[in-house]
Design a binder for this molecule. Sequence first.
Ligand SMILES: *Cc1c(COP(=O)(O)O)cnc(C)c1O
Length: 361
Amino acid sequence: MGYIQSAFENNHVFPLGPNVLGLEEAIKDYTGCTACTCLSSGTAAIHLALILLGVKAGDEVICSSFTFSASANPIVYQGAKPVFVDSEPNSWNMDPALLRQAIVDRLEKTGRKPKAIILVHLYGMPAQLDELMSIAKEFEIPVVEDAAEALGSSFKGQPCGTFGEIGVFSFNGNKIITTSGGGALVSANPTYCSQALFLATQARDAAPHYQHSNIGYNYRMSNISAGIGRGQMEVLDDRIAKRREHFAFYRSAFAGLVGITLQAEPSDDFFSNHWLSAILVDPSKTGGVDRETIRLALDKKGIETRPLWKPMHLQPIFKDCEAYVNGVSESLFKDGLCLPSSSNMTDEERDFVVESIKELL
Ligand SMILES: *Cc1c(COP(=O)(O)O)cnc(C)c1O
């Protein structure tokens, strides 16, 4: 609260101000990235990342299919074409073998390389970064890491968001920490961040009058939102600890149950913030009880759960896009359920969720 109050007291109620700079410093400290620009949303950060990487009308951009639509929409804002790549079953994120196949096939069919790869770490789980980054490097295609759900996650000790040419975080209301609405663009290359700042503040040239040589955007984070963010960064580690505790609880509670599996870290290389704990329900092993049966039964008891993200290649708006699929994300969507995972959930609430599911099985 102190950060917001001081913003009002000092009349810093505009974008750019001590809280924005303070939040950028906090994000740099936390993730070890060289440069950071806070923006009005994660979606804005992805949009600017694509502009900075030179994505233009007619270009193709590869994107994880198993994600929220905000990962892919900015491709279309640029007039470019999404090419979706399916998941692998361990991390639930982009399948390296399919990524390679997609790049090779696009090169063969269009004679051009995809301009960028948007790589998502869903529900906080890092993707198979070793393989994916080495393929991106081999073909010299820049990666935009959509770490909107993965602030505080890491792979082999390196924070998610710092692997790609550009990383993106979201502070939307539903994320692990929030500024009520906001995002950040991070990079090891400070030029990207200064360019992002320039474009996000209406691309005004250095002149006493208003002069513009570029199309600008109003994408900057407000000093008030950033004040909330500074306070939130101080509780981020507690939030992660809480979310990981929920996951550990669900994992041990479901350990003896046949047909229920969780999105678990595939090996010690992966550290997930476990933003959301998600399960898969295999009705062939639960005696016919499927995801929807569980969801509806929990709903009757006042417990809200959600199916997993519906893959982009199955979305009506993206039905005509190229997609390299293997059935993994489609089956995750069919059988998956996000369990209540909020940081302030009590032990009793958690027990009630587990007992309610066990009753059905
Ligand atoms: C939330 C989210 C975004 C968009 O972030 P906003 O701040 O809501 O614009 C992008 N990608 C993923 C995977 C998300 O979950």
